[in-house]
Design a protein around this ligand. Structure first.
Ligand code: NAD
Length: 401
């Protein structure tokens, strides 16, 4: 037993603490939306699903929609820190503790393997779990967002968020001081950094997972696999889509086509889904993105089109990759869940306000308050109904992880 009052310790784009009850409440809310939005009764159930990157963000939403929405036996892989006697665990750990508790209540089979998804050990552990306790997979969701990759031979690749060819000078936001920065300067990446970012965030590891599962006979006929990507607006393009991470995403999108050809003989398919910009641990770290999202949320909320991770993934399953659905693709074979974000009127408004925004008009032109709320919520803080003054048990067990 280790009860304590947990307070946020926010350092820029990360909180060093997470609140177990706040994380649990977030998960319950996502499950409610997953159950309403995913009509397994009308669309049918999904058998077995593997989600790689299952503890936060888009991966957690995929894990919850598969299991609680479509009744799938779902195995998740994530990389979270467990609690110690005195220190809270990371948010993803507490998210999954609550998901496991509710799965038991709902008589659903879910499992979690907590470890490095790039490693041979974790891949073998997954193969063994599927062989022994799941059976062939009907769907594999690849939702890793990692800062580095360690290869089995010990080589370490660090991903970077930098422009390519030319330096970036422009607006950004300082999350420590809550201030707009004009004239942020980022050096262009060198060739090694571009290659390393592709190694971490490109399609190579996704491909190795699918090949491994296939060679062990663990992919069912008509198995579908999806990975997540992002395009975003012109204002972040130099740092995102035309930068190192964008290069990695191009590789991921190319890999989808290779995997699609690989799965065709068994009537399976592979796609990339271009998702909307949302506040997650990964996206908060990208320069320029917090400011862009604050502007975007204002514009989308005014139009009533704003969505979070769970609404996006419900839509992905009901309209594109759920039972009986044929994915609707753009002319580059990509699913576009970012359609509402990329609406011309929204982007025009964001662009106009991007040039005008300063510290003085931040609250008027942007939804920074909303951005901040979503950011704190990621770590279980600022969640309605949670009493943060009351000590809570931080030493919570995640079954089998
Ligand atoms: P996130 O930080 O919320 O989640 C990352 C997940 O990966 C976590 O479950 C984490 O535990 C897991 N992970 C990280 N390193 C790991 C490792 N070595 N082994 C096992 N698990 C590991 O990130 P997110 O924003 O949900 O991103 C998921 C995907 O969605 C990424 O491909 C991202 O580019 C894409 N995407 C994100 C956005 C956005 O705005 N956040 C938009 C479109 C697409």
């Amino acid at each position: 037993m280790s009860e304590q009052i947990v307070e946020p310790k926010i350092r820029g784009f990360i909180s060093l603490t997470a609140h177990p009850d706040g994380c649990a409440a977030n998960v319950r809310q996502q499950i409610e939306i997953a159950q309403i939005g995913s009509p397994s009764e009308t669309q049918g159930e999904i058998g077995n699903v593997l989600v790689i990157g299952s503890s936060t963000g888009y991966g957690l939403a995929s894990f919850l929609v598969s299991s609680f929405g479509y009744g799938a036996a779902t195995l998740g892989v994530c990389f979270e820190k467990e609690p110690t006697e005195t220190k809270p665990a990371t948010a993803g750990w507490y998210n999954l503790v609550e998901a496991h508790r509710l799965a038991e209540v709902n008589d659903l089979h879910i499992e979690t393997i907590n470890g490095d998804a790039f490693s041979d050990e974790v891949k073998q552990e997954v193969v063994q779990a599927i062989t022994e306790r799941f059976g062939q997979l009907d769907m594999v969701v690849y939702s890793l967002a990692a800062p580095r990759r360690r290869d089995p031979d010990g080589t370490i690749w660090n991903s970077v968020l930098k422009p390519i060819d030319e330096p970036y000078t422009g607006k950004s936001f300082d999350l420590r001081r809550h201030k707009v920065i004009d004239g942020m300067f980022v050096e262009p990446a060198n060739q090694d950094e571009i290659e390393a970012t592709c190694k971490v965030m490109g399609g190579e590891d996704w491909k190795s997972w699918i090949e491994l599962l296939s060679s062990n006979g663990l992919l069912a006929r008509e198995c579908r696999t999806v990975a997540y990507s992002y395009i975003g607006p012109d204002v972040t393009a130099a740092l995102y889509r035309r930068g190192t991470i964008g290069r990695a995403k191009e590789h991921l999108e190319k890999t989808a086509n290779e995997l699609d050809a690989f799965l065709k003989p068994t009537d399976g398919g592979a796609w990339v889904s271009i998702n909307k910009g949302v506040v997650t641990q990964a996206s908060s770290a990208i320069p320029g993105v917090p400011l862009y999202m604050s502007l975007l949320f204002k514009s989308m909320k005014q139009r009533g089109t704003h969505e979070g991770v769970i609404e996006q993934i419900v839509r992905l399953f009901t309209d594109h990759i759920g039972p009986g659905q044929t994915p609707i693709l753009d002319n580059e074979r990509r699913i576009r869940l970012d359609d509402l974000e990329m609406e011309e009127a929204v982007q025009r408004e964001v662009l106009e306000r991007w040039d005008l925004v300063t510290d003085e008009n931040l609250d008027e032109l942007t939804d920074y308050a909303g951005y901040r709320h979503y950011f704190e919520e990621l770590f279980g803080f600022d969640v309605p109904g949670v009493d943060y003054k009351v000590p809570t048990e931080v030493n919570r067990n995640l079954p089998n992880a």
